[in-house]
Design a protein around this ligand. Structure first.
Ligand code: ADP
Ligand code: MG
Ligand code: MG
Length: 884
């Protein structure tokens, strides 16, 4: 295969082969924009190099040909002592991996060509030596692993010796001396002299870029961003242009719109008399791009013109790297630019308004994850609070609380109602209780896959990790000379990773206010809110899946409905047995006779009916799936340990404890080693006479009551934990009798269906569909039983290790495991529908609100997903995105 492409031979669709940078350089070249000459070595050449440890056959020859062609166009030879061509050797993978891999500038300079370069620049020695010292520095660092600080030190010394602050104040002689110093550093660390042969420099630099694909930080970054490890990077060899030739030269970055807010306009930074990295490195203070207009009107106008063309061409926000060499503008890079969540929505809607893209396309420009970010509460930064330090925003949210340093302190403080932030160097499974108790978590070590980050995201808890400037002690931490003691208040932002001293006020986000429908009028014209509205409306119109909510109270149901839920996919009934009703449940469990049991059930029944009526009212006209009681009944009883102590104490005092003793016996009798696999779900219904019947009656009566009020109830009764059709048939037969009796004379219809959450149910779905009018996939239990992971135990205990090892890229409880658990869903959906073509299919696990999973459920052809009220907008957006 061809291993090297001239810029004129490529285009933007060749990212797989040419990497993003190479493909876009080619595209700009073919658009006729001023791009320096150059060529791209393919990602395939990199893959071969990494696999075989040497260059692919033919690469050297192809490289030679392209170099010659470049030399011919430029009229100069690489490193020619009299009149040198210099090149940059730049990494560039398919997906942008900012700062992760390497680039070397000024390749081709040596002790002789440095003079030639000076002559080219009209006798500009300073410029030539500055370029040379940059080459030794970059080459040393990236190609030969010389520690970068060594060069920084030498540069620093040169400035101190001269008594100046800025690099540009060093003159030609200073820089010549610096080159000598750099060469010494180079020799000391590598054992050989800096290579003088231009072609050797080029070859070594290309190899170094290949190898940088497997640098630790690049590997880590790919794992976090889920970029495949085998893509490899392309290498771009580009004729150098110089921004460091004097005040009429410079280098800059630009955005066609504001990547932070999406606002239209010209954004960017410019640095006079500078090369490459100087702008981003923050070495000197940059100018705002608009100020370039005063320095070089012609180049500025040309740049604006090119930016408009690029936007028109890419139909999206572009970011750009450019250099001006003595008043001549050169384009060095462009790509569709990264942006914040808010900017993503605003820009997508703007582009629709401008007629650049259509609404379908706009939906591909935003994501549910971005929408979720926009829904977290925000810090109100109007007071411009000082930032204490920064870490990695690992789990979004805005948390405020007193600093504590141990899990035990977090638990103790939370028990007294105080809000705390748990600060740890890193967390481990022993910290779990403290993490649960805390408002937020701050660590000084670890990245987005550290234990703290993974567990916090799993719990939806705000977390900033890897704030490595923190020095954490027993009862205080210091950062930048400030000390924060136990009990002091801090605020942490899990989105930006910022940590603030003291309490920063928190407010609900505009987007949530919009969904809630009571938007502050001052915000009604916010471009962001308008954009969200426009895109959500289109997502709803496009979606095939509908979105329901998991809700078991009237207020939750009402909120979810405001958030756009089309019904309830999971109404749990267990909380309806708690509080003062616990006593009735205890009576039920302790009942000796049928009469006692019926008595307890009889007392529970009207209470349940009232619960259901409230929920049905809120969801009037929309389906409500009620799950019959699922958890093991002993969850409603006191704990074995407490009770044993109570009874022992009473006995020791010689007191009567009949009831406690009876209860203790019951608790002992019902104790289970693996309660999640024990007497629960449909098994309860089959073992405890009257329990399901009571619930079914309450549901049917509530529906009839709402119908009598003129409402339109659409109840669906869902039987949990079914593994065999016989279980469902038994419950169904009893339920149908009761329903028929209760609804007689009304037009209320009650569906009966089941959850598919035991692997056996998925595998026998064809049979189960005989007895079920709908399936709802309980993907939490299906994942738990499919993997054999006890959900309550694994996340804190070892998932961080699995993520570290890449056994999975994301917890299977967060995002559906397509190959395994997903396969069970596919089988059950297909076989269920084969039996009963109009079988309704939905999902009620946490996965219903996860963007990736929503796409999967769309592909499988389910009818709806159901998720917590707060995730409903995210699921709506993703359901729309999945359908286009
Ligand atoms: P990154 O991907 O980290 O941005 P680049 O390959 O884009 O790395 O290069 C680093 C810097 O060097 C950028 O500022 C770029 O504009 C500049 N640069 C790269 N090639 C050239 C060149 N041929 N002439 C002048 N500057 C260059
Ligand atoms: Mg770049
Ligand atoms: Mg379940």
């Amino acid at each position: 295969a061809k291993l090297v492409y001239d810029f004129a031979e490529g285009n933007r669709d060749m990212k797989d082969l040419l990497g993003g940078k190479g493909a876009n350089l080619a595209e700009m070249t073919n658009l006729g924009l001023p791009v320096p000459g150059g060529f791209t070595i393919t990602t395939e050449a990199c893959q071969r190099y990494l696999a075989d440890g040497r260059h692919a056959d033919g690469l050297a020859a192809e490289l030679g040909e392209h170099l010659e062609a470049l030399e011919a166009t430029m009229g100069r030879k690489l490193g020619d002592p009299a009149d040198p061509l210099l090149v940059s050797v730049r990494s560039g993978a398919k997906f942008s991996m900012p700062g992760m891999m390497e680039t070397v500038l000024n390749v081709g300079l040596n002790d002789e060509s440095v003079d030639g370069l000076s002559r080219q620049a009209g006798g500009n020695d300073r410029f030539a030596w500055d370029s040379y010292r940059r080459l030794i520095q970059m080459f040393g660092k990236t190609v030969c692993d010389v520690p970068g600080e060594e060069f920084e030190h030498a540069l620093h010394h040169a400035k101190v010796a001269k008594g100046v602050k800025d690099d540009v104040q060093l003159d030609a002689d200073d820089l010549r001396a610096l080159v000598t110093a750099y060469k010494k550093v180079f020799l000391k660390h590598t054992g050989h002299d800096f290579p003088q042969e231009p072609r050797e420099q080029l070859d070594l630099a290309i190899e170094a870029v290949f190898r940088s694909w497997n640098a630790d930080r690049a590997i880590l970054y790919r794992r976090q961003e889920r970029i495949p490890a085998d893509l490899g990077t392309a290498v771009n060899v580009v004729a150098m242009v110089f921004g460091n030739l004097g005040p009429d030269s410079g280098t800059g970055v630009a955005f066609t719109r504001d990547p932070a807010t999406g606002e239209r306009g010209v954004y960017g930074d410019y640095l006079q008399n500078a090369q490459g990295e100087d702008v981003v490195a923050g070495i000197r203070n940059t100018l705002a791009l608009a100020e370039l207009a005063d320095l070089d009107e012609k180049s500025y106008a040309e740049l604006l013109d090119i930016m408009t063309r690029l936007e028109g061409h890419y139909h999206d926000l572009c970011d750009i790297e450019f250099t001006i060499e003595r008043g001549k503008l050169w384009m060095l890079q462009t790509r569709v630019g990264k942006r914040t969540a808010a900017a993503a929505f605003t820009i997508a809607a703007q582009l629709v308004d401008e007629g650049v893209i259509d609404l379908d396309e706009a939906l591909t420009r935003v994501s549910g994850a971005q929408l979720a970010q926009l829904m977290f509460p925000r810090f109100d930064l109007a007071g411009d609070p000082a930032v204490l330090t920064r870490g990695v925003g690992a789990s979004p949210g805005a948390a405020v609380g007193e600093v504590v340093f141990s899990a035990a302190d977090a638990v103790a403080a939370a028990a007294t109602g105080r809000s705390v932030i748990l600060v740890r160097r890193e967390t481990n499974p022993d910290d779990l209780s403290g993490m649960i108790a805390a408002q937020g978590i701050l660590t000084s070590r670890g990245g987005k896959t550290s234990h703290a980050a993974v567990v916090a995201r799993g719990m939806g808890k705000t977390c900033v990790c890897g704030a490595d400037a923190l020095e954490i002690g027993r009862d205080r931490f210091t950062v930048g000379g400030r000390t924060v003691r136990e009990g002091d208040v801090i605020s942490i932002d899990g989105t930006t990773g910022r940590v603030y001293p003291g309490e920063v006020p928190v407010r609900p986000s505009e987007v949530v206010q919009y969904f809630e429908g009571h938007l502050d009028p001052a915000l009604a014209n916010e471009p962001l809110v308008a954009a969200v509205h426009q895109l959500m409306t289109h997502a709803d119109a496009a979606a095939a899946l509908t979105v329901r909510t998991n809700a078991d109270t009237g207020p939750d149901a009402a909120r979810a409905r405001r958030f756009g839920a089309q019904g309830i996919g999971l109404c749990r009934t267990e909380h309806m047995f708690l509080g003062d009703r616990r006593e009735l449940v205890e009576r039920l469990i302790l009942a000796h006779t049928a009469a006692e049991r019926d008595d307890a059930l009889g007392a529970l029944q009207p209470l349940q009916r009232a619960d259901f009526l409230e929920i049905f009212r809120e969801m009037n006209g929309l389906p409500v799936t009620v799950r019959l009681i699922d958890p093991p009944l002993h969850e409603f009883l006191p704990s074995l340990e407490d009770l044993a102590v109570q009874v022992a104490v009473a006995k020791a005092r010689g007191e009567q404890a009949d009831r406690d003793e009876r209860m203790l016996a019951a608790v002992r009798r019902m104790h289970e080693s693996n309660p999640m696999l024990g007497l629960r779900g449909v098994r309860l219904g089959l073992v405890i006479p009257g329990l399901f019947a009571m619930q079914v009656r309450a549901i049917a009566e509530a529906a009839v009551a709402l119908a009598a009020e003129g409402g339109r109830p659409r109840p669906e009764i869902m039987v949990p934990l079914v593994g065999a059709v016989q279980e469902l048939e038994t419950v169904r037969a009893e339920a149908e009798k009761i329903i028929a009796e209760v609804v007689a004379g009304s037009d209320v219809q009650v569906l009966v269906g089941t959850m598919i959450e035991v692997p056996r149910a998925a595998l026998t779905a064809g049979q189960i569909a005989e007895a079920a009018e709908f399936f709802s996939f309980g993907t939490n239990d299906l994942t738990q039983m499919g993997w054999g992971f006890s959900r309550d135990d694994v996340e804190g205990a070892f998932f961080w290790r699995y993520l570290e090892l890449g056994i999975f890229g994301i917890s299977p409880f967060e995002s559906i495991d397509r190959e395994g658990v997903g396969r069970l869903v596919r089988i059950a959906a297909a076989e269920g529908r084969a039996t009963r073509p109009d079988l309704k299919l939905g999902v009620c696990g946490e996965h219903g609100g996860d963007p990736e999973s929503v796409h999967f459920f769309h592909e499988v052809g389910l009818d709806y997903v159901s998720c917590s009220p707060f995730r409903v907008p995210v699921a709506r957006l993703e359901a729309g995105r999945a359908a286009i």
